[in-house]
Design a protein around this ligand. Structure first.
Ligand SMILES: Cc1cc2nc3c(=O)[nH]c(=O)nc-3n(C[C@H](O)[C@H](O)[C@H](O)COP(=O)(O)O)c2cc1C
Ligand SMILES: CCCCCCC(=O)C(=O)O
Length: 377
């Protein structure tokens, strides 16, 4: 079967026989009932595009500029841990794919390769380094310093992991990663290989539940690199991040993997966009799976989006080629959606480009109001 959509890649990746026990569930799953994983996707279904016609779309330009750097698409690779579980070349493969598509890759603090090895493998890649405010701040500072030396162009600090989430699939599966899967990037900053065989145990040990905006401010002053705060879900927190010195925010609920019942990121986006000054970078992740959905996120105020799980599906199906194909599909879909809706460039994609879809609940037969009772005279 031809793989034409990100959903095709997901189903093909899910049917691979090579997954170690529990690992597919780890990639796919979320916290608690996984209501937020589902809600992130459903939020996109509540919007429709408003096509304009008789606009010259003979040339469609998907490029954009974020934090002063040019991207070929308004899409980046979200930070996701341990790409070694998907493909032998791990993050070296991902960085090659990002380079081929002209988009940035956010390297996880828990990547299976060091930032130095990733930069060596893909010298043209635009790399951002994701960090946590670990209990041991020296580890955070070391990751920032090494990323800067390796040529990373920004730091992303993830602030939505105060403690391990209740990921029921992982608990039921008693998830343990195989021993060859290692968080080498982190190990290079701690000086010893952290035990990541149990994600939950590692998170409890390493993450600091006492993080406040003062710690974020400390991070923004640590290096000359711009810092984006990932995990922002309400407008006031976006403003806190900006005041702490962040160069931008990423609207994210960690792909529904931390707080079950958190609202979908797309629903949070307009509030966050209006809480910060115009021109302040606002990125979004969570559930983006088609080019039309990239447009919807941009219309609601995002400067760009990030994709998480689909990149892992591409890596698992066909290594670096698979990750590049996933992004290539998003590029083809976005180009088509822009052309079909009369938007030759991304500048014109604003709130007028979309329309709320009718609420399916209001259309269902059960909810059609009964006729008014006849008045008997
Ligand atoms: C397997 C997996 C590992 C992840 N690891 C990290 C991580 O190391 N750091 C981080 O900030 N976010 C991590 N995330 C969250 C992603 O960066 C992103 O917020 C989320 O995947 C976006 O949703 P999507 O998968 O629906 O695109 C991870 C997500 C998944 C699925
Ligand atoms: C300790 C290795 C697993 C990291 C878990 C990362 C993850 O699942 C997430 O951030 O989500």
């Amino acid at each position: 079967m031809a793989l034409l959509t990100l959903a095709d890649y997901e189903s093909t990746a899910g049917s691979l026989a090579a997954w170690p026990p529990g690992v597919w569930d780890f990639l796919t799953g979320g916290a608690g009932t996984e209501s937020t994983v589902t809600a992130n996707r459903e939020a996109f279904a509540r919007w429709r595009l408003m096509p304009r016609v008789c606009v010259d779309v003979s040339v469609v330009e998907t490029s954009t500029t974020v934090l002063g750097s040019d991207w070929d698409l308004p899409v980046a690779f979200a930070p996701t841990a341990l790409h070694e579980v998907c493909t032998r070349d791990a993050e070296a493969a991902t960085a090659s794919a990002a380079t081929a598509l002209g988009v940035p890759m956010v390297v996880s603090a828990l990547s299976s390769r060091t930032i130095e090895d990733i930069a060596d493998a893909a010298p043209e890649a635009t790399l951002w380094q994701q960090v946590y405010l670990f209990r041991d701040r020296k580890v955070t500072a070391s990751l920032v310093q090494r990323a800067s030396a390796a040529g990373a162009q920004a730091i992303v600090v993830t602030v939505d992991v105060p403690r391990p989430a209740r990921r029921l699939r992982d608990i039921r599966n008693e998830l343990r990663f195989p021993p060859h899967v290692q968080a080498r990037n982190l190990a290079a900053s701690t000086g010893r290989a952290p035990d990541v065989s149990s994600p939950s145990a590692h998170t409890a040990e390493a993450m600091d539940p006492s993080v406040t905006w003062e710690d974020v401010q400390w991070l923004t002053e640590l290096s000359a690199l711009p810092v984006l705060v990932k995990g922002i879900q309400v407008g006031q927190d976006a403003e806190h991040a900006r005041r702490a010195g962040a160069a931008g925010v990423i609207v994210s609920n960690h792909g529904g993997r931390q707080l079950d019942r958190a609202r979908p990121t797309l629903d949070a986006l307009p509030e966050i966009r209006t809480a910060v000054p115009s021109g302040y970078p606002v990125l979004l992740d969570g559930g983006v799976r088609t080019g039309a959905e990239v447009m919807i996120a941009l219309a609601l105020g995002a400067d760009a989006v990030l994709v998480g799980r689909p990149v892992l599906h591409g890596l698992a199906v066909a290594g670096k080629h698979g990750a590049a194909m996933v992004l290539g599909i998003l590029r083809a879909e976005l180009t088509d959606a822009m052309a079909q809706s009369g938007h030759p460039t991304l500048d014109s994609v604003d709130r007028s480009a979309i329309h709320p879809a009718p609420d399916p609940a209001l259309l269902s037969a059960d909810t059609v109001p009964p006729p008014a009772p006849r008045v008997l005279r």
